[in-house]
Write a protein that binds this ligand. Structure first.
Ligand SMILES: [Zn+2]
Length: 128
């Protein structure tokens, strides 16, 4: 963190493939403590350099690279399905008390709003 901004963040995920020796697993387990400062390490050195530093004795091979991005798969339709799952009784209460609903995604903070008409449509689709 620098003046409230995240400069880097990261983690290491290890998945042992079939045939991985106990010796290799133990070697990986022992170096877990190396990753406690990984965010700083990633800020200071490129991943290639770090991989070589961390896994030099295990002959690391880069199999591919993928850009990463922040993404949330939520949508109004998915929120609507969740809203519908509360059941007709609760939907009627929402309709009578609030005349609409709003759901905020826990991950990306997108607000999904539902009008009175949207809720009535949900109730209507329940009857079929
Ligand atoms: Zn979201």
């Amino acid at each position: 963190m620098h003046e409230g901004a995240v400069l880097s963040a990261g983690g290491v995920l290890v998945q042992a493939m079939p045939g991985c020796s106990a010796k290799t697993l133990e070697a990986l387990d022992l170096r877990a403590m190396l990753f406690s400062g990984i965010s700083r390490d990633l800020f200071e050195d490129p991943l290639d350099v770090l991989a070589e530093r961390w896994f030099h004795d295990l002959d690391p091979v880069t199999l591919g690279r993928q850009p990463i991005r922040y993404y949330c798969g939520c949508s109004w339709e998915k929120a609507r399905a969740m809203l519908k799952s509360v059941g007709p009784k609760q939907l009627l209460e929402i309709l009578e008390q609030d005349h609409g609903a709003e759901m905020t995604c826990h991950f990306c903070h997108t607000r999904h709003t539902f009008t009175e008409q949207d809720i009535k449509a949900l109730l209507g689709s329940d009857m079929h």
